[in-house]
Design a protein around this ligand. Sequence first.
Ligand code: PLP
Length: 404
Amino acid sequence: MYKINENYLKLPGSYLFSTIGKKVGEYKTANPDKDIISLGIGDVTLALAPVVIQALHGAVDEMANAETFKGYAPDLGYEFLRSAIAKNDYKARGVDIDIDEIFISDGAKSDSGNIGDIFSNDNKIAVCDPVYPVYVDTNAMAGRTGDYVESTGKWSNVVYMPCTAETNFAPEIPKETPDIIYLCFPNNPTGSTITKTELQKWVDYALESGAIIIYDAAYEAYISEEDVPHSIYECEGAKKCAIEIRSFSKNAGFTGTRLGFTVIPKDIKSDGTMLNSLWARRHGTKFNGAPYIIQKAGAAIYSEEGKKQTKDMVAYYMNNAKMICEELKNAGYNVSGGINAPYIWLKTPDNMTSWEFFDRLLENANVVGTPGSGFGPSGEGYFRLTAFGSYENTKKALERIKNL
Ligand code: PLP
């Protein structure tokens, strides 16, 4: 008689975005003539850059010819892409990463979820609160988080690191020492970042305590401030204690095209075992490789033209972010984020809960956002707006919010 993984049964009810979808769907059915604008999407909306489209066409043509056809991709990914990453994402910032420390994947969501495979279930994880829900949910699926406690919105065996207005939306070193620390900067949903000096403290703490940091840098391209690190490896010692996860989704629009990578330096060892080897084994066994066509498209963003075009895409979204921050501040809202990230973190007015504000925005302004409580208990009383919409819709949505 087969048995299921009962850890899945412990996951709370419905996923945040399906609850939002249901609420918006019901409102639309009852009000078919209303023009609803979403400032809640975590997805990009601009088309892929011309260099990417050109590379895709070129790679398809290669597949059409037996001489240039490509079958299974190398386990770690094609060398042309790993070399471009090592050179442009790391070397250019003074960081030496070997190409066999880079693992090409189908995106940061998969990697941040799957990385748990190489760790024992005895590890205790620590997460920022609020944060991208994938870290906790995938650890819950693995059976590492204890039980979900409805009344607190927390798992019994997770160290939560509150990121509140008092801490400038950054985590503080926890009192209880965890084994695996998930950090995400720039952060989803708060849009917050930490300086290199602050990040160095986390690296030092991991080295002293024997913990490992899983650093999600999916929004690295949005960093505009000088003292904010683009990679955790800019910190001394990080190559001994940190895994970094990156994505092509938010910098180059690959949310539907799918491409990302994880860096596992060979210096990270547990009792002499290289984590790099474990992940290579896992990658080779459980992952079929990102398609050649997609890896070619990814490499195109590192050409001079590609860099310019993707920079323009990020600038477009960040212009929206700036507009959201300015207009809402002028209207008396308390906002943060939006400077190094496409996310704006809004304190709900009139002491409303996150979901009460969601309903008010949907019903009175026909604008959809994301309740902060969906990202962790410390997100209650906050609301996430995103800059990924069109300039015109963002402007229209802001007019409506200002007139609430
Ligand atoms: N990491 C963070 C913090 C995210 O917010 C997201 C998507 O919203 C991802 C990873 C997913 O990235 P990808 O599209 O590469 O799977």
